[in-house]
Design a protein around this ligand. Sequence first.
Ligand code: SF4
Ligand code: SF4
Length: 188
Amino acid sequence: MGTFDPIKGFGVTFATMFKKVVTEEYPEVKKIPAPRFHGRHQLNRHPDGLEKCVGCELCAWACPADAIFVEGGDNTDEARYSPGERYGKDYQINYLRCIGCGLCIEACPTRALTMTNEYETADDNRQDLIYTKEDLLAPLLPGMEAPPHPMRLGADEQDYYVRGPELARGRGVPEGETVESGQEEARR
Ligand code: SF4
Ligand code: SF4
């Protein structure tokens, strides 16, 4: 060690005192992620509360980490959970496996599955990191009714998909705001 090396070392410490602090005060101060951040998933609803998931399993097949389990079920006139023939009877995402790639939401044909900005998915046991359908389902917004119930917005699923934005406006979702974003807001 040279004679002036300790002085150089203290020089680095002294200069650092005047630099901008980069420490995050988490969890006291929560960082707001970028708008398209890949956080916890959400299973969305139609404006009348019926579920958008049709239990097709395309998300599970698209997942490179094998993190999604889906079991479809048949809707009946007595118990209807989504417009059309099928709904997602059982739905699970294993966050021990999920790598947040977003391929599942790209694969979903009905926009039933999207990702929120919520990033606090850590836990101290494995079981609680397997999120069930109840954990993932979007909350009911004003004007929505908890399934099962009959189709309130049309005679068949075409009415839901073709006239979706119009139906959302009729249910009081503000212009420029999607049903998904409103549901995400309601979770916070
Ligand atoms: S984000 Fe990627 S890893 Fe996670 S469940 Fe979706 S497809 Fe699988
Ligand atoms: S979330 Fe989408 S892709 Fe997955 S089972 Fe439901 S409808 Fe199909």
